[in-house]
Design a protein around this ligand. Structure first.
Ligand SMILES: [Fe+2]
Length: 267
């Protein structure tokens, strides 16, 4: 598996505190079947001012330490950007760091309890730079939790989504899990990643989320944790995930599932 979203670079954000913890995270990831990760430290103006150069240097240092410690895991550069109207300018000036540093996909998170009014316009301007936004863990945003349908305008405009493994397993509570499962079955997620911040609560493990996805549809876990992240690595577009039929208590597709199915397949 490839973990596309992990805070494994030491001392750069609220993830790994030092190299020792980063190496523990790497060993944990390898033990759970992860062979490569994209290191995605937070970039938040005023809080985590991680520049592209700083991240690239930190990735090189971690690679060196992994080699010295015989840990068989690859690490690639990336970042998790808090949505900011300046992102299109950063891209234009080659300051922003895309996933795998390929200039094609940018991991973007929304504020926890808000979808800013400039969100759609900023996504549009990111797309104008030839970059596709990947929305990090939409299931953990308060607005989407209240009304999951509000994710649709972003998907309809070409954004991809990354679900967090812990959301599917219930780590963030029952409502987050419920919305995450709906998004999973409605084909909204192109990727499932750990978003691990250490070796405690949010640790690097995709195996349980993999089993959950495979349980609903054979091959779905493989697509979201292995194939699609690998396609990005090779510069290819990820495959659109299938919509999985979800039966209500009466044995029919739920209204929600029918609606999403129609919108997603038409979109
Ligand atoms: Fe994150």
């Amino acid at each position: 598996m490839i973990d596309l979203h992990i805070h494994i670079l030491p001392g750069m954000d609220d993830g790994s505190r030092d190299m020792e913890e980063s190496l523990k995270m790497a060993r944990c990831a390898v033990a759970s079947g992860i062979k490569a990760v994209v290191a995605t430290p937070h970039v938040m103006t005023g809080l985590y001012n991680n520049t592209r150069e700083k991240i690239l240097d930190a990735v090189q240092e971690l690679r060196s330490q992994l080699k010295d410690n015989n840990i068989p895991m690859k690490v690639y550069p990336g970042a998790e950007y808090m949505l900011d109207p300046e992102i299109p300018r950063w891209l234009k000036e080659c300051q922003a760091l895309t996933l795998y540093d390929e200039g094609k996909y940018l991991l973007v998170e929304f504020p926890t309890t808000d979808i800013p009014i400039y969100a759609v316009q900023t996504f549009f301007e990111i797309a104008l730079q030839g970059v596709t936004p990947v929305i990090a863990h939409p299931e953990r945003n308060g607005i989407f939790l209240e009304d999951p349908d509000k994710l649709l305008p972003f998907i309809e405009r070409g954004a991809l989504c990354q679900g967090t493994a812990g959301s599917l397993t219930g780590l963030f509570g029952s409502r987050v899990q419920e919305v995450a499962l709906d998004y999973l079955l409605d084909g909204c997620y192109h990727f499932i990643s750990s978003d691990a911040h250490g070796i405690g609560g949010r640790f690097p493990d995709l195996s349980e989320a993999f089993r959950i996805a495979e349980g609903y549809s054979a091959g779905l876990g493989e697509l979201l944790t292995k194939d699609n992240p690998e396609f990005l690595l090779k510069g290819r577009a990820p495959i659109r995930p299938p919509v999985v039929e979800k039966l209500s208590d009466k044995g029919k597709l739920s209204f929600w599932n029918r609606l999403w199915r129609k919108k997603i397949t038409l979109g």
